[in-house]
Design a protein around this ligand. Sequence first.
Ligand SMILES: [Mg+2]
Length: 349
Amino acid sequence: MKITNVRAIYPTYRQPLAGWRPHLWQIVVKIETDRGVTGWGYGGGGEAALPIVNGHWAGLLAGRAINGVADIQRIWDDLYQASLPYGRKGIAIMALSGVDLALWDLLGKAEGVPVYTLLGGKQKERIRAYATGNDTDWYAELGYTAHKFPHRWQGPADTERAVAMAEHARNRFGPQALLMVDCYMSWDGAVAREMARRLAPYQLYWFEDLLTPDDLAGQATLRGQLNGVLVAGGEHEFTHYGYAEILRSGALDLWQPDITWCGGITAGLRIVEMAQAQQIPVVPHRGGEVWGLHLIAATSCADLAEILPGSHNAPAEQIWRDEPVPIDGFIAPSDAPGFGVALDPAYLG
Ligand SMILES: [Mg+2]
């Protein structure tokens, strides 16, 4: 099977996402082949990512053969190399993620198997879902047993706000639930230690993105100083090369690559392999979306998939058809070929 056409588009999103992050600037990559099989991928980088795919890589990809996983890995390395002077991290790798995921999707479709089968088969039948967002009460009603709430620290009064949120979540979810905080790079070392002290009664599982991704040393210092709360992060890091720096610095207890940003399944697999060798848990960012879900199901990733349900009664954006949905706090990839989803044509503009 040979690639005949590659096209990245920026979907016509209808509204910003409900919740605390209004947009994720996701792009869609469509790859067509001479066998009539079409692959869909999801990447990042917004409109700035489009010329990388359509202007630079589409020509390099035309005519390339896709007959197995090794072909996808070779293409990943070639595109990484071709974009290296301006790439390596950020938008170029977010774009590469979209291409890579489209290739895995079309290989699965060509072979008539889900992506998790290409990855060696399911190790988990269903995955525990965790709900990220502000609508704690609603997530508890939906049956989630794990929840992460965002908290941005701007001043001392925000310590009390964090305590109130943690107390409310623990009361609502009960003693067995996993509870986490996404700090979105707004805390510092002193705040983190104070929070660990004040939030200790609520038995939190991890603090995420405590510091900026450039401050690996600062995060490494905090590990083990937070009353048992894990230092989590990695959604803003890219490729196995970037994660090798996280590993060397010992910055994080728990890794969170975003499969639509870090370089797709190919980079995700390399990251998971590295983590597995050191027994570091991997919980992909937005892992409840199919792109991460197949990786979680088929590898040593932790049994946790992140869902962003938004808020009760707020409009939701559904650009992918046939996406699996969590039921009673668990989610599973479908058995359809590839990732099992197709873009709703209404989003093509
Ligand atoms: Mg986060």
